[in-house]
Write a protein that binds this ligand. Structure first.
Ligand code: HEC
Length: 493
């Protein structure tokens, strides 16, 4: 088994631990603080840094090698008020050759509000040019919005309905839509409506957007008083707003959907949670979360893990983490190792009880650790103490050579503490099942005595001994499941 250790730099502060399962624990560390409503965050593998927007108009870069934040650019003309300001951002997928950031934000001219989509060009960590790609109507609220690239370098812009009664259902306007845009701002030739940016419609105010591994586009959206949503976006689908909210579950909604097709969300929440950041998680670093959506919520102040089916278009399971711990969570990104970064939004227009903290807003990192954190040990220890005979088993079968404390005898019997074999589930168990026969061919051989096979012990006895060594003799390492022993004995590996 391979674990990612969390190398803490000087500015990385341990805040908490989370238990995902008996096998998986995460550290939560703070890597940036005193920010002002980070709205969107995108990891850039080329620079190994996170670019993020802040609602008042600033773009900053967090270098993951040093955890230093540096201000990159102040977007001119951003109009900030309540939910208006500098919002979504996307990084060009070919950043090495096309060092572009795409941003969208509110502007005001006389009494009119607009949402602008702009492309910024970077060179050596500085913005050297900017190009306005698209300008649409803005409103005093419901301006969306998020930006995402698909694997064909087409940009999607999730726009809000700007509180309009007509936009969302009008496929000829650009608000309350998913817009599909070329990287230079032009209309793709293969858009579903010729000569139009519109890709899908019937939306109120989307606050999260992500592509899954197989290319499905998913969004999170705020409902009115009820029915927050996650939608699976497909071309020319109508998602119902303003006539239909959430599932088609009232007689009026069913009647409307029977006349002309409307697409239901794949998940709806009542009471509302204010879903925001949405990010597909493909990594195995946290195996329980592989193929899930990471959803940050504002009102509910949580990180939700929405486990997807193989088709990546249905939610099979939902787990809630970090509830009320760090406040409102608006932005999430994931680095190339599977570490997760979340940004709080406690200095926005809706402060909650207990928040903002003095250190808000913060960027917190969630990464897997290879030890059982202290606060979880008493419970684990109770469990192992129920199996008192684990110690007796170890003393009867192993201590004669490896000694009671597991430290062995130099030159004759290896120490089991900090042994790389012991920390590898399969090698550890196979060693116990098959033993080790010293071979004359192996020149590097340190030990010339054999290690006997213990295959006569039951699966449970072997598991108990293994876990006794890991938790009692070593320093509270993770435990092994009996299933591993069972599978190895039956050669399923
Ligand atoms: C008769 C002595 C003896 C007994 C009893 C014994 N071992 Fe060993 N064990 C050895 C020797 C010798 C080696 C080194 C073999 C080699 O590497 O060639 C070894 C190696 C190991 C290793 C590999 C360590 C490393 O880092 O290379 C593990 C793990 C291990 N034993 C676990 C156990 C466990 C668990 C038990 C009890 C169920 C046990 N052993 C009982 C003699 C013994």
């Amino acid at each position: 088994m391979f674990f990612y250790s969390c190398k803490q730099t000087a500015t990385e502060k341990l805040v908490d631990h989370i238990k995902i399962s008996d096998q998986t624990y995460l550290a939560v560390t703070e890597i940036a603080d005193s920010l002002d409503v980070p709205w969107d965050m995108q990891y850039n593998p080329v620079t190994n840094s996170i670019f993020f927007t802040q609602i008042k108009g600033e773009i900053a870069e967090l270098d993951l090698a040093t955890n230093q934040v540096k201000s990159l650019y102040k977007v001119p003309n951003v109009y900030h008020q309540r939910t208006l300001g500098l919002l979504g951002m996307a990084i060009h997928p070919d950043f090495r050759t096309k060092p572009y950031l795409y941003i969208c934000y509110t502007t005001k001219e006389q009494d009119s509000l607009f949402s602008e989509l702009t492309r910024l060009e970077l060179k050596e960590g500085k913005v050297i040019s900017s190009k306005l790609l698209l300008k649409i109507d803005g409103g005093t609220g419901h301006n969306g919005s998020r930006l995402s690239f698909d694997s064909n370098r087409i940009l999607y812009w999730a726009t809000g309905d700007i509180h309009s009664l007509t936009h969302a259902q009008d496929s000829t306007t650009l608000n309350g839509k998913i817009l599909r845009i070329n990287e230079d701002g032009s209309i793709p030739k293969d858009n579903p409506i010729k000569g139009s940016y519109v890709y899908a419609w019937g939306f109120r105010n989307m606050q999260g957007m992500t592509f899954t591994a197989n290319g499905n586009l998913l969004t999170s959206e705020h409902g009115d008083a009820i029915e927050d949503e996650v939608n699976w976006i497909r071309p020319l689908h109508n998602y119902g707003w303003i006539q239909i909210e959430g599932y088609h579950d009232t007689p009026e909604e069913i009647a409307i959907a029977s006349k002309s097709p409307r697409t239901e969300p794949i998940r709806s929440w009542t009471p509302v949670i204010a879903p925001a950041a949405l990010k597909y998680y493909s990594f195995t670093q946290i195996p329980e979360w592989t193929n899930s959506l990471l959803l940050g919520t504002l009102k509910d102040q949580s990180l939700r893990i929405l486990k997807l089916n193989n088709g990546q278009n249905k939610i099979q399971k939902e787990d809630v983490f970090l509830k009320d711990k760090y406040g409102r969570i608006r932005a999430i990104t994931v680095d190339n190792k599977g570490n997760i970064y979340i940004a709080t939004s406690n200095r926005d227009w809706k402060p909650q009880t207990k928040f903002p903290l003095e250190t808000d807003d913060r960027i917190l990192k969630l990464s897997r650790i290879d030890y059982i954190p202290k606060e979880f040990i008493s419970k684990e220890a109770e469990l192992t103490d129920q199996k008192k005979d684990a110690k007796v088993l170890y003393q009867s079968y192993c201590a004669s050579c490896h000694k009671e404390d597991g430290k062995g005898t130099t030159g004759s019997f290896p120490s089991l503490i900090n042994s790389s074999v012991v920390s590898d589930d399969k090698r550890f168990i196979s060693t116990m099942l098959s033993g080790i026969t010293p071979s004359s061919e192996n020149e590097k051989q340190v030990y010339d005595l054999p290690m006997p096979s213990f295959s006569f012990l039951t699966d449970n006895e072997i598991t108990d001994i293994a876990n006794y060594i890991r938790t009692k003799l070593s320093n509270n390492k993770l435990t092994i499941d009996t299933k591993v022993v069972n599978d190895l004995r039956n050669q399923k590996y």
